[in-house]
Design a binder for this molecule. Structure first.
Ligand code: NAD
Length: 477
């Protein structure tokens, strides 16, 4: 069904959105800084909401995609959300504690500390590929930081958006958390609200519009964007093992994952063997495509066509396409795992983020060549490397840039609550998850308190001995 025609999705008018925003602004002014207990109560309510409605949520997401395995939603959405809440809940008290800082010698006696205070009203704008994780994980950290929050899910997952709107309305008052729904026009109006912070997850193209819309209000933004995340297979690493790990990461959610491996860099002499091995692994993971409940559909006809055009264009430019048999798959909006070799650098598949189950395999001769290939492109969201030599890993880490890295694996750095998650350059700005999310969505407010016996009023005009003494102390003669 065309998402934009789904009658279930009620969109808010610009006026309604403004009114919700004003209600939250008023709540911020009234509440100030919620206590630890109030924040924990909000986190518990969120966790209960997810646990209680877990089956409905799994169902809504699967219907939105056409098909997605229950286990993929459990692993890719429910687990990260509930683990995230548990982690934040466990550490929140210590994160909220004022942090003592040093006072310069000339200013003593006094004390200095950082108070982590709520920013105010935070906007969260999310994409469709993990429609729960990418709304509720930032929401967790925004609530932990004591903010009021407005969430706008993607219009491409309308059933999940409508369900989320209903569940959030039953769990929170509208002046604490609210969900607004709608397409790009609503999203553009949403970004123009004078939020105290706007956390956007989505494409690099739309990220630029979001930042421009936030600029007139000087709303700070966190942009969690996409890009082409490379995997480097170094000589000596067991090829079959790498192929299995990459296939699992690449074909999970049919490649519709921001940190999915986008393309492979493989030693030239191993390209064909690797391409065949990874397709064999894909066959073991997904013995059939049509009718296989474990293989996820592409979210929309438009995205499906985009991917098919990419394959067709690569073929026309002379690439070799290896693909699992897909009889009947397209009717379910499924694209079978596809490995592409002999690709020209101008092909769309090497120019755009793929965001689907197509894996280009590019040959390289030396590790320096692989590094140069990565560095000729925008900084990716993730970088993966399979190597048995620490010198390879050190070289890649030192000479490339990416949002995050997993070594000898894919995507797992994004699952770690204690690691910041975010992009760099074209793949985004600012990071969240765990304490980094709490700090990102708090104001680190520096507070200095002078002792009753301070001498600060003695350093003043007309300047005399006391001032000269202090200057000498600080600058020398
Ligand atoms: P998208 O950029 O098309 O849409 C994301 C959100 O932006 C949606 O809610 C949409 O309604 C809204 N939007 C659309 N037009 C807008 C406009 N003009 N102004 C403001 N908002 C607008 O992205 P998508 O197709 O939903 O998601 C896929 C992209 O997201 C991929 O590039 C992927 O890599 C990226 N992504 C990044 C992360 C991450 O954590 N870095 C996670 C998931 C997805």
């Amino acid at each position: 069904m065309n998402a934009s025609l789904d009658p279930a999705i009620a969109t808010q008018s610009k006026g309604e959105m403004h009114s919700l925003f004003e209600q939250q602004r008023a709540a911020v002014a009234r509440i100030g800084s919620p206590s630890f207990e109030q924040r924990v109560a909000a986190l518990d309510a969120l966790a209960n909401m997810v646990k209680t409605h877990r089956h409905e949520l799994v169902q809504a997401i699967s219907s939105d995609f056409g098909n997605r395995a229950k286990e993929e939603t459990e692993l890719g959405e429910l687990m990260p959300i509930l683990n995230g809440i548990k982690h934040v809940r466990k550490h929140l008290k210590s994160w909220m504690r004022p942090e003592r800082r040093k006072v310069g010698i000339a200013f003593r006696p006094a004390s200095a500390q950082i108070l982590y205070q709520p920013l105010g009203v935070v906007g969260i704008l999310a994409p469709w590929n993990y429609p729960l994780t990418l709304t509720l994980a930032p929401l967790t950290e925004a609530l932990a930081a004591g903010n009021c929050v407005m969430v706008k899910p993607s219009e491409l997952t309308p059933r999940t958006a409508a369900l989320l709107q209903k569940l959030i309305a039953a769990t929170f008052s509208a002046d604490q958390v609210t969900v607004v729904t709608g397409g790009p026009e609503i999203a553009a109006n949403f970004c123009a609200l004078p939020f105290d912070h706007l956390l956007f997850t989505g494409s690099t193209r739309v990220g630029k519009h979001v930042m421009a819309a936030a600029a007139p209000n000087l709303t700070p933004v966190t942009l969690e964007l996409g890009g082409k995340s490379p995997v480097v297979l170094c000589r000596g690493y067991p090829l079959k093992k790498a192929a299995r790990i990459v296939a699992i990461g690449k074909f999970f959610n049919a490649g519709q994952t921001c940190v999915a491996p986008d393309y492979m860099l493989v030693p030239r002499e191993l390209v064909d063997t690797f391409a065949e091995t990874i397709l064999d692994v894909a066959q073991e993971l997904y013995p059939s495509i049509a009718g296989n409940r474990n293989y996820t559909s592409i979210v929309s006809d438009q995205h499906c066509n985009r991917l098919m055009c990419m394959i067709q264009e690569a073929r026309e430019r002379g690439a070799t396409i290896r693909q699992l048999s897909g009889a009947g798959a397209i009717a379910e909006r499924k694209i079978p795992p596809t490995v592409i070799t002999g690709i020209s650098a101008e092909s769309a598949v090497m120019q755009e983020e793929i965001f689907g189950p197509l894996l280009p395999v590019i040959p390289y001769d030396t590790l320096d060549d692989a590094i140069a290939f990565i560095n000729r492109r925008p900084k990716p969201l993730a970088l993966y490397c399979f190597s048995i030599r620490s010198t390879d890993v050190e070289s890649l880490l030192a000479r490339t840039r990416s949002g995050g890295v997993t070594i000898n694996g894919t995507m797992l750095h994004a699952t770690q609550e204690d690691l910041p998650f975010g992009g760099v350059g074209e793949s985004g700005m600012g990071a969240y998850h765990g304490r980094d999310g709490f700090v990102r969505l708090s104001q680190a407010r520096g507070v200095m308190k002078l002792s009753r016996f301070n001498m600060s009023d003695r350093i003043a005009a007309p300047y005399g001995r006391m001032t000269r003494f202090v200057v000498r102390l600080m600058l020398g003669k």
